[in-house]
Design a protein around this ligand. Structure first.
Ligand code: LMR
Length: 339
């Protein structure tokens, strides 16, 4: 009798474990739907996939990240609405798309020549200015987790764009940013807001004549196939803020949130390391097709563009904040650059 009792007692943990295992396996993972509008082989696409891999590993499968690239789930405007409604949990819209969230300060990133180089950009996104911007999202029910880099923009159209006068009357696609609207007006062009997923067709059918974007975005959407001219102008920048629905984020168990924060940190490091090369490779691939004429502005032309575009800052001060612009210029000054 005693031996039987002992045997039962010894077997008990095993029996419990056997019962618990299927129970744990049955527990549904927490799902993070991460929607974005670019292809998987862009800086943002690769970083989103890397975050998925890291997050699932760090949480031992308790979190499942479903990445929906290339506007397969939502286009620009819809994805922001979906995040607010909780239909998706994570996005990384470009900073030009935060106006509808009531965070128009993010459009400071769209100001022409605001970042003389990537070093200034990093000081902004990784320092107190970036943190301050992300904090502004909280009252809107959104948590800003990180900034992901893409790169400096080029111009494309079916005509050479060397001088400011070359833009006269051109219909140029823009992202939904007032700063970008003002930028193209300053060049004498007609800006038109279009969702990213509609740009290729709009260029092909002549709904618009041209656009500005990073080389990686242009090449992966095949926009270069319907644009005969590309000007490397470095007049502006595209980057992203990774955002999550606050209610969802706050509802996560603390240990999971910490693991996800770790995965995000790592994915951010990765994103910011690959961005420049991704864009350099894309530009080289566009050149290699031999179908798009790639032009680099001369110093004289750069000066003329700058003269035409610098007034955009003053015009947009009231929208993005004079103090914010000045604080970014201070970061340039700290590196010895007068902007
Ligand atoms: C665009 O709409 O042009 C881009 O910002 C898309 C993106 O997410 O890079």
């Amino acid at each position: 009798m005693k031996t039987r009792l002992l045997a039962t007692a010894l077997a008990l943990p095993l029996v419990l474990a056997l019962h618990a295992a299927p129970l744990m396996a049955q527990q549904a993972p927490i799902v993070i739907k991460f929607s974005h509008v670019v292809t998987s082989n862009t800086p943002k696409g690769k970083a989103a996939d890397r975050f998925k891999e890291l997050a699932e590993k760090a949480t031992h499968g308790r979190v499942k990240v479903e990445v929906y690239p290339n506007s397969t789930l939502y286009k620009d405007k819809e994805e922001v609405e979906a995040l607010q409604l909780g239909a998706v949990q994570m996005l990384a819209p470009s900073m030009a798309k935060f106006g509808p969230l009531g965070a128009k300060e993010f459009e400071v990133f769209d100001l022409p020549y605001i970042f003389p180089n990537r070093a200034v950009l990093s000081r902004v996104t990784e320092g107190p200015i970036g943190q301050g911007l992300l904090k502004k999202l909280e009252p809107k029910g959104i948590i800003g987790l990180a900034f992901w880099d893409n790169g400096f923009k080029v111009m494309t159209a079916n005509r050479p764009m060397h001088k400011v006068a070359d833009f006269k009357g051109l219909k140029m696609r823009i992202q939904s940013s007032k700063v970008l609207d003002e930028q193209f007006r300053a060049l004498g062009a007609n800006p038109q807001v279009l969702a990213f997923s509609d740009v290729y067709q709009a260029l092909q059918t002549g709904v618009v004549d041209g656009s500005e974007n990073t080389s990686s975005n242009i090449y992966t959407q095949k926009m270069n196939e319907v644009q005969s001219n590309l000007t490397v102008s470095d007049h502006g920048y595209i980057g992203y803020a990774v955002i999550v629905n606050k209610k969802f984020w706050d509802s996560l168990p603390a240990d999971i949130r910490t693991q996800l924060e770790g995965a995000m940190k790592e994915a951010t490091r990765y994103a910011n390391v690959i961005a420049q090369k991704e864009n350099d490779d894309a530009l080289a691939a566009i050149k290699a097709t031999g179908k798009t004429n790639v032009y680099y502005l001369t110093e004289q032309e750069k000066l003329e563009w700058r003269r035409a575009l610098m007034p955009v800052r003053k015009a947009m001060e009231a929208r993005v904040g004079k103090a914010l612009i000045e604080s970014i210029d201070k970061e340039s000054a700290a590196l010895g650059i007068k902007n």
